[in-house]
Design a binder for this molecule. Structure first.
Ligand SMILES: Nc1ncnc2c1ncn2[C@@H]1O[C@H](COP(=O)(O)OP(=O)(O)OP(=O)(O)O)[C@@H](O)[C@H]1O
Ligand SMILES: [Mg+2]
Length: 301
C-alpha cells in the first residue's frame, strides 16, 4: 500500500513520555510535534537529559509513548515494512562482543536480507575506514571503532530513513569528517535523516534544519540551509572602503568592516564580491552565515 503524499516522511504528533519509578512520575516529553520531509536532514539538539534519546526511542518503537502518535510514510514505525527501510545508530552500542567486526556485520546483513551481503559489508568496512580491524573481536574495539561499526550496521540495508543518536561521539577528527561525508552521501541518495549531537559545528554543516529540545518541548525550529536564500558575510579590509559606496553597490551598509547580504544563488556571490571590489574595497573574507547554534543553546536552555 502506498501512503498518500502528505504522509511521506516522519510525522510525530503530540508525543508525550513520562517515566515512572518508585511511584515518582517524571514527564520527559510533554507534547512533541516533529515533521521531517523525505530527503531532509534534521538535527536535534538540547541539553543533557532533555529527552533526545527518549524521543528517538519512541520514534523507533523501542519505548512506548505515554501519548501521541508517530508515523513514517504513513505507517507506524514498528511496522515491518518500515523497519526494513530504517537504519539506526544507538547512543550506546550493545554488541555481542566476542564476535569480530566483519562476522558481526555479515550476520546483521543476512538478518536484514541484504543482497550480496559480503560485498556490502566489505564496502562499508572500507567506507567507514575500519577494514583493518575487521578480524578483531568487538570486545577489543575502542569507543570510536565501535561507533564506526555501528554506522556500518545502520547503513547495511541502504535505508530510506536514518536515525543517528550521537553518530560522532567518540570519533577522532577524521572520523567526524567521514561521518559528515557519509551523511551527505545519504542525503544525495535521498535518505531522510534525523540525528542528534552535541557537536554544534557538525550539526550546522550537515543539517538542513535544527530542532531544539528543552524542558519537554521543541522550543525552536530553524532552517540552516535554505534553497531560496543564502545569507553571506563579507569582511572588508578596514580603511579600504567607503560605507556609502558599499551600500549603493550591494544594498547593505557595512557594520564595522563586515557587510551582510543575502543572495539567491551561489553564483551571485561572485557578483557581490566584484561589485565591492569595484567600489575600491579590499575583500578579506567571504563566508556563509549560518544560525549561531551556540547562541541558540545559551538562550533556550
Ligand atoms: N528508562 C528510563 N527510566 C527512567 N528515566 C529515564 C529513562 N530513560 C531516560 N530517563 C530520563 O529521561 C530524561 C531524558 O533522558 P535522555 O537520555 O532522553 O536525554 P538526552 O537528551 O538523550 O541526554 P544526553 O544529551 O545526555 O544524551 C533524563 O532525565 C533521564 O534520566
Ligand atoms: Mg542521549
Amino acid at each position: 500500500m502506498t501512503a498518500p503524499a502528505t504522509d511521506r516522511g516522519l510525522r510525530v504528533r503530540g508525543l508525550k513520555k513520562t517515566f515512572r519509578s518508585f511511584g515518582v512520575e517524571q514527564p520527559v516529553l510533554k507534547g512533541i510535534d516533529v515533521d521531517v520531509a523525505p530527503g531532509e536532514v534534521v538535527g536535534l539538539i538540547g541539553p543533557n537529559g532533555a529527552g533526545k534519546t527518549t524521543l528517538m526511542s519512541c520514534i523507533l518503537g523501542f519505548l512506548f509513548p505515554t501519548d501521541g502518535e508517530v508515523t513514517i510514510d504513513g505507517l507506524r514505525s514498528d511496522d515491518l515494512t518500515i523497519r526494513e527501510r530504517t537504519g539506526f545508530v544507538p547512543e550506546r552500542m550493545n554488541f555481542d562482543r566476542g564476535v569480530n567486526g566483519r562476522a558481526f556485520l555479515q550476520y546483521m546483513a543476512r538478518l536484514a536480507k541484504v543482497e550480496e551481503p559480503e560485498d556490502r559489508v566489505e564496502a562499508l568496512l572500507e567506507r567507514l575506514d575500519i577494514a583493518d580491524a575487521a578480524e578483531r573481536p568487538l570486545s577489543q574495539y575502542s569507543r570510536g571503532m565501535l561507533q564506526r561499526i555501528g554506522l556500518c550496521q545502520a547503513l547495511l540495508a541502504t535505508p530510506d530513513f536514518l536515525f543517528l543518536d550521537e553518530p560522532t561521539s567518540g570519533l577522532d577528527p577524521n572520523g567526524v569528517m567521514l561521518v559528515r561525508e557519509v551523511i551527505d552521501e545519504e542525503r544525495r541518495r535521498g535518505a531522510t535523516v534525523l540525528l542528534n549531537s552535541h557537536q554544534l559545528s557538525e550539526i550546522e554543516k550537515v543539517c538542513d534544519r535544527v530542532l531544539f529540545l528543552s524542558k519537554g518541548v521543541i522550543s525552536d525550529d530553524q532552517a540552516l540551509r535554505s534553497t531560496v536564500s543564502i545569507p553571506i558575510a563579507v569582511t572588508l579590509l578596514p580603511g579600504s572602503f567607503d560605507a556609502d559606496a558599499v551600500a549603493a553597490a550591494v544594498g547593505a551598509r557595512p557594520e564595522h568592516n563586515v557587510v551582510q547580504v543575502t543572495v539567491e544563488r551561489e553564483a551571485a556571490i561572485a557578483d557581490i564580491v566584484r561589485r565591492l571590489v569595484e567600489t575600491g574595497a579590499g575583500v578579506l573574507d567571504v563566508r556563509r552565515r549560518t544560525a549561531d547554534l551556540e547562541e541558540l543553546f545559551r538562550r533556550e536552555r
